[in-house]
Ligand binder design. Structure first.
Ligand code: SF4
Length: 355
């Protein structure tokens, strides 16, 4: 066994590259944009959660070593092909927002709002959730969405006469509602203790009260401070930010949209970005001719749990598995009672988005 603790960053990188090369085509490394740059640089696929879901479903490698948080690795395991294995370098890399709802609370809330409203309601869950909720949505004719397609997905159901039960992120929910022209009178908020505010009879969207602490942290004061410091600055924020921050910014959009807007802009645009700090830092590094500053420094410590050391350990285990038949570690498996319905929900998302 290698002693990864004692290796330098460069030695770890070389080791990872060596194993990747040794098993070329058999190992794929997808990484989320919020991962550290040294991980992103070693990845075969880089993207936001929508891009990763679509691209991972196409991977043919026997091993997918997923550099992201657990719900992403789990999503990849749901879509994995026959015999394909998903390895998560640090199984403790979770997501506090995904923990804010589970199957039982979703079921209770759904039954309650069906009863109170008398409406047809489709459950739509943000990708940032665990497999039990995705399966619940698949089972009840709903789907999954990401920040890049939430508007299209919600509109799809509204156009068919459904209201939408949206979870877990209340900020993405309300920002999507506003994009679709949905008013306060058409929104019901559901707290985790199932207390309801708003009128179920007129509701088009029922919003769970989860949030991402990384994005909830940004304030309108941050926006004012940055505008005062950099006159003419263009502010782009992620829709997991509060409605007030999204309204105060110039643009809001998914991680991929932020990446595209900033990368493709003229050099003289000054960008203020309201999303995860590792990603903002990488955009700044990749665009040295542009001034790119964070709305404030806000890190996702769970994403940062994936590092060169645990990635190298995962690859070493795969190496030993191939060469000596050793057992695997940190393999992401999905309870068979959830897999089929979660798959239905994820495929439904892809079908609506690609239609
Ligand atoms: S950035 Fe927020 S939503 Fe994304 S993984 Fe981190 S805590 Fe979860």
């Amino acid at each position: 066994m290698n002693n990864f603790e004692k290796m330098t960053e460069q030695e770890l990188i070389e080791y990872i590259k060596k194993i990747k090369q040794k098993y070329a085509g058999k190992i794929a490394i997808p990484a989320h944009h919020y991962e550290n740059s040294n991980i992103v640089e070693l990845a075969d696929v880089i993207g936001d959660s929508y891009k990763l879901a679509v691209e991972c479903a196409k991977l043919e490698a026997e091993f997918v070593v997923f550099c992201g948080v657990r719900f992403m690795a789990e999503g990849s395991a749901v879509l994995a092909g026959e015999g394909q294995k998903v390895i998560h370098p640090d199984v403790t890399a979770g997501c506090p927002m995904a923990d804010m709802i589970d199957e039982d609370s979703a079921r209770e809330a759904y039954e309650l709002i069906l009863k109170l409203s008398g409406k047809k309601i489709a459950p739509v869950v943000y990708m940032n959730s665990y497999v039990d909720i995705k399966a619940f949505c698949g089972e009840h004719g709903g789907t999954v969405c990401t920040s890049s397609n939430a508007k299209k997905i919600v509109k799809y159901y509204l156009d068919q006469g459904f209201s939408v039960f949206f979870s877990p992120d209340n900020n993405l929910g309300i920002n999507t509602a506003r994009e679709l022209g949905i008013t306060d009178n058409e929104v019901v908020r559901i707290k985790r203790d199932l207390t309801i505010s708003g009128n179920p009879a007129t509701a088009k969207m029922f919003l769970w009260d989860g949030f991402c602490h990384v994005h909830q942290r940004f304030t309108t004061e941050d926006v004012e401070n940055l505008r005062a410091k950099y006159p003419g600055i263009k502010l782009i924020v992620h829709p997991e930010c509060t409605e007030e921050v999204v309204n105060a910014a110039d643009i809001s959009g998914s991680t991929q949209k932020i990446f595209n807007e900033v990368t493709n802009s003229a050099d003289d645009v000054i960008w203020g970005i309201g999303t995860e700090m590792n990603f903002v830092q990488r955009l700044a590094d990749d665009n040295p001719n542009k001034i790119i500053v964070p709305l404030r420094e806000s890190y996702c410590f769970n994403m940062a749990k994936i590092n060169l050391k645990n990635l190298a350990e995962s690859l070493e285990i795969i190496d030993k598995h191939y060469s000596e038949g050793a057992g695997l570690k940190n393999e992401v498996t999905v309870d068979s009672k959830y897999k089929q319905n979660a798959k239905i929900a994820l495929h439904k998302m892809i079908e609506i988005v690609e239609s």
